[in-house]
Design a protein around this ligand. Sequence first.
Ligand SMILES: [Zn+2]
Length: 68
Amino acid sequence: MMCGKEEKLLGVQKAPGSCPYCGGGVAATDVEAKWVLCFLPLCLNNKRRFSCTACNRRLVSYPAIVHD
Ligand SMILES: [Zn+2]
């Protein structure tokens, strides 16, 4: 029996724009997060994370700077 959270990397793409911290390239990482709870059904959710390919910062506010 497994409890916890599993994450599966679905792919990494280059995203438009640049890092607000260092001006490096931005990578969009698609992750499938699966919650495995002991007595509850699984919950699947896919999310996309943005991070800088140069300084590796998580770009949480990245969608806000796309139109820059
Ligand atoms: Zn950066």
